[in-house]
Design a protein around this ligand. Structure first.
Ligand SMILES: [Zn+2]
Ligand SMILES: [Zn+2]
Length: 349
């Protein structure tokens, strides 16, 4: 995810709650701030009044610290109402990490879209497995050195490190479905691109949108191509999802994003995200006047050299750059050829 200049049209009506505290941002909708052990150091979770208890949306990574925060929150709950169910917007570890722990502890159901649930289980199953040759060639063709690929190879299959085992069964939610949560109806609005079937929750009565990572106010979501589907065009899905959200959710909602703070100005933010992306394509295309390897293009995309000393960063930058390139190839603006050195060269069409 990339830092950007903030949009002038957005407003942020709430103060960030302290650790272990909650802040009511709409009737029966409470904001919980959970620490993360990454550069992006927090995630926002939501507790929704579910009548007999609380429905939780997203859960934090699996860590001792987050377990402590959850226990502090249970201690804080004065009305002894329990957690009724766990919604997870998408499969990334900061969102799904504690879901298995919560569902087992309270003997409750996990509610999630099918692609997110199944993909998460598949990725966790890769834990401890060696990277396959098509994974390694994906990075060699991008221009990584053999040494960098070897380092990556050794560290492969760490996705499950931050995730408690998922429950073996779940309740599927799907696009357009109306869910009754406590006294209100919430509509599932699915977006794609950041993850395959990301669920946002929109409550027309409360005029609230829980946007997950689909719309963030101050950073842009990571859109990446992964080696398992090297020809995918998640950028197309992402840009389509921005349009879809604008059509299906009115501008006057309070947006509850998973990172940064709750904000107003949904449509301005959706427009800005689309325009920023087009500007990024323009930057890339200027560099593509000469044939380039993908690793050189990451530099143009991120505005600085991304060396091989930081493999996780190189990995993320490669996935994001590939997403832009696959999209520009699908639009017929860029093409590529495999050179004699086994590395792709990208150039303008
Ligand atoms: Zn995410
Ligand atoms: Zn996230």
């Amino acid at each position: 995810m990339n830092q950007e200049k903030p949009a002038a049209a957005l407003s942020y009506p709430f103060e960030i709650p302290a650790r272990g505290q909650t802040c009511e941002v709409a009737p029966g909708v409470h904001w919980i701030r959970m620490p993360l052990p990454f550069r992006l150091d927090h995630i926002n979770l939501w507790a929704l009044d579910d009548g007999v208890g609380w429905a939780v949306v997203d859960t934090g990574t699996s860590s001792d610290d987050n377990t402590r925060v959850w226990r502090e929150l249970f201690a804080l709950s004065t009305d002894a109402r329990s957690i009724t169910r766990v919604f997870v917007t998408h499969m990334h570890p900061d969102h799904v990490g504690m879901a298995g722990w919560l569902t087992r502890k309270f003997r409750i159901r996990l509610w999630m879209t099918r692609l997110e649930y199944l993909n998460c289980r598949a990725l966790v199953a890769e834990n401890g497995r060696e990277a396959a040759s098509d994974v390694l060639s994906f990075y060699l063709e991008s221009g990584w050195s053999a040494a960098a690929v070897e380092t990556y190879h050794k560290a492969f299959g760490v996705f499950g490190k931050y995730i408690h085992a998922l429950p073996d069964s779940y309740r599927r939610i799907q696009d357009g479905e109306e869910l009754r949560i406590g006294p209100h109806n919430w509509r599932v609005v699915v977006g794609s691109g950041h993850s395959p079937e990301h669920a946002c929750l929109y409550c027309p009565e409360l005029r609230v949108l829980i946007s997950g990572d689909q719309v963030l106010p101050r950073i842009s979501s990571n859109i990446s191509v992964h080696p398992s589907e090297p020809d995918a065009d998640p950028m197309r899905d992402w840009l389509d999802s921005l349009q879809k959200l604008k059509r299906e959710v009115p501008d006057d909602v309070l947006v509850l994003p998973s990172h940064n703070e709750p904000f107003r100005g949904l449509h301005a933010r959706l427009d800005q995200l689309g325009a920023d992306q087009e500007r990024t394509f323009g930057r890339l295309k200027r560099v593509l006047q000469q044939p380039r390897r993908l690793v050189e293009l990451s530099e143009a995309l991120f505005g600085r050299a991304i060396g091989e000393e930081n493999i996780p960063l190189l990995h993320m930058a490669t996935g994001e750059t590939r997403a832009c390139l696959n999209h520009l190839m699908n639009r017929g603006e860029v093409q590529r050829a495999l050179a004699d050195d086994g590395v792709h060269r990208y150039f303008l069409r």
